[in-house]
Ligand binder design. Structure first.
Ligand code: NDP
Length: 242
């Protein structure tokens, strides 16, 4: 494994769940982490806890201007970027026939436009940085359609397709493009699923912790720059389907 000391990472959705766990683990590995999300108080508290290993920058990934301001800050403060972790996202649960265009738009904006906005702004900062990596969080729902999550699944399938094409565009420049597809994880995700049902499903599956997913990210990032861990599907062993 490579030494990650001194690397620079942007983590979107760092205010909770997988993003927060990834930020903690990266900082523990010596990476300077730019924590981004909309909830200022959460990322500022985490930045304070992580000390000189973290900087908090509020940004809504669906807003291209805010995303540009985020990456302008990265350029001004650090001069470049080694890791973009496109983790911010959301899912609205429900049968497609009961869903609304507003639900679709929220998921498409955060899960697709968010990744596109951040990736587009980050790539110029990743040139000539050996081992630079873009990692985006898809889902097992990005590999298999999941009942009740049709539009969410569509957004996560889109990320897998986008990354496969982007990998071909950026590989010869040495920029690694990688996808993580987690199964069920104990986080705040699933805000409109009845709390008891969500807890029961995660308990029955012995769901992953956010730190388990963070480990997968760091495993991929800490490989030698010639090594691309292209895709990691990581699920609770008891989640046998889908
Ligand atoms: P959380 O709800 O805990 O975290 C989601 C994060 O995304 C929050 O930090 C939130 O921050 C951020 N976010 C949402 N919308 C925006 C936005 N418009 N702009 C900036 N940040 C935003 O859930 P998870 O940690 O589980 O989710 C992380 C990723 O993992 C998501 O992409 C999700 O789809 C994926 N995933 C989760 C699984 C699970 O079972 N938990 C399974 C498979 C994939 P804030 O509200 O402060 O902006």
């Amino acid at each position: 494994m490579e030494d990650l000391t001194g690397k620079v990472a942007v983590v979107t959705g760092a205010s909770s769940g997988i993003g927060e766990a990834a930020a903690r683990l990266l900082a523990a590995e010596g990476v300077h982490v730019i924590l981004s999300a909309r909830r200022r108080e959460r990322i500022e508290a985490l930045a304070q806890e992580l000390g000189d290993k973290a900087t908090a920058v509020v940004a809504d990934v669906t807003d291209a201007d805010q995303v540009h301001a985020l990456f302008d800050t990265v350029r001004a403060r650090f001069g470049g970027l080694d890791l973009l972790f496109n983790n911010a996202g959301l899912g609205v649960f429900g049968r497609f026939t009961d869903s609304t265009p507003e639900d679709w738009r929220r998921m498409i904006d955060a899960n697709i436009y968010g990744v596109l906005n951040c990736t587009h702004a980050a790539i110029p900062l990743m040139k000539e940085r050996p081992g630079a990596m873009i990692s985006s969080v898809s889902s097992t729902g990005g590999r298999y359609g999941i009942e009740g999550w049709s539009v969410y699944s569509a957004t996560k399938f889109a990320i897998v397709g986008f990354h496969d094409a982007l990998r071909k565009e950026l590989g010869l420049e040495g920029i690694r493009v990688s996808v993580i597809e987690p199964g069920a994880v104990w986080t705040e995700f699933g805000h409109n699923v009845p709390e008891e049902a969500l807890r029961e499903r995660r308990a029955n599956l012995d769901a992953l912790t956010a730190a388990d997913v963070a480990q997968a990210l760091v495993y991929a990032f800490a490989q030698h720059p010639r090594v691309l861990v292209e895709e990691i599907l990581v699920r609770p062993v008891k989640q046998v389907a889908p």
